[in-house]
Design a protein around this ligand. Structure first.
Ligand SMILES: NC(=O)c1ccc[n+]([C@@H]2O[C@H](COP(=O)([O-])OP(=O)(O)OC[C@H]3O[C@@H](n4cnc5c(N)ncnc54)[C@H](O)[C@@H]3O)[C@@H](O)[C@H]2O)c1
Length: 252
């Protein structure tokens, strides 16, 4: 964690409340899980990958935090149902949901299937969570992207899916605000395993040269924006699309 994101603040979270984060074994989701635990939240950490998820859990527990893990595919109906059943048995309902998991833009996916996975998983997680008996003050944040919403990417499905997730967030913010707040964080170029080596590529260097802050984003940068939007400090923020991109997209 660097100096800009190191903080003792708890963002007003009630200690012992639960945050569910998907894609928690790596990158942005992992940073959300670690910061949430430091802020006193119980963490329900979900991912496809068992081993790095177990490493995360050990790290949280080693620092005195509380965590339960769910190994499963958030685009799979049965896995999601089983995951929520396991969560209900351990921590009860989660007040906060970070819909963060999504496939990398670099993998060649068939368009319909990619949209089903990327958008369908966010909807399935949100609907199942909303039906779990939400406490007052519930909130959801989706990790979208500058891609699709502000920048067109090479991958057709990635741009389309990320813009569609934002459309779903706007629907929720307008029509489900009696149950929970909904917002989106749109990372710019972020230093996570899926972008390993990209910054030194020709394309990466071109993008870096256009980012006013002169660096890639870190997982911590994204986690802080996600946690702020979920937290009681963001109590009147509903339906926003928050680019966290060092100013890259205003220079496009
Ligand atoms: N890194 C970037 O530059 C960047 C930019 C814009 C948006 N994003 C978005 O941020 C989110 C997190 O990306 P990251 O960079 O931290 O990636 P990452 O690859 O470091 O981590 C993603 C994690 O999600 C998990 N995952 C993927 N699909 C899953 C599924 N169906 N079910 C359960 N777990 C699943 C993976 O196993 C992995 O652990 C993604 O939605 C991504 O599209 C990232």
């Amino acid at each position: 964690m660097d100096r800009t994101t190191q903080s003792r603040a708890d963002f007003g979270f009630e200690h012992g409340d639960t945050l569910l984060v998907t894609g928690a074994a790596s990158g942005i989701g992992r940073a959300v899980a670690l910061h949430a635990a430091r802020m006193g939240l119980r963490v329900s950490a979900w991912d496809l990958q068992a081993e790095p998820l177990a490493t995360l859990a050990a790290e949280i527990e080693g620092a005195g935090g509380e965590v339960m893990t769910v190994v499963g595919d958030v685009s799979d109906e049965t896995a999601v149902r089983d995951g929520f059943a396991a969560l209900a048995e351990t921590f009860g309902a989660a007040r906060y949901l970070a819909n963060n998991a999504g496939p990398p833009s670099s993998i060649p996916l068939e368009f319909d299937e990619a949209v089903r996975i990327s958008v369908g998983s966010v909807r399935r997680m949100t609907e199942t969570w909303a039906a779990s008996g939400l406490p007052a003050g519930a909130a959801m944040v989706a990790t979208t992207s500058v891609a699709g919403n502000l920048v067109g990417t090479e991958s057709d499905w990635y741009s389309a899916a990320k813009a569609a997730v934002m459309g779903y967030v706007r629907h929720l913010a307008a029509h489900r605000a009696g149950e929970f707040r909904s917002n989106a964080v749109a990372p710019g170029m972020t230093d996570t395993p899926r972008l390993a080596g990209f910054a030194s590529s020709e394309n990466g260097q071109q993008i870096l040269g256009r980012i006013p802050l002169g660096r890639m984003g870190s997982p911590d940068d994204m986690a802080m924006a996600i946690l702020f939007l979920l937290s009681p400090l963001g109590a009147y923020v509903n339906g926003v699309f928050l680019p966290v991109d060092g100013g890259w997209t205003i220079t496009q």
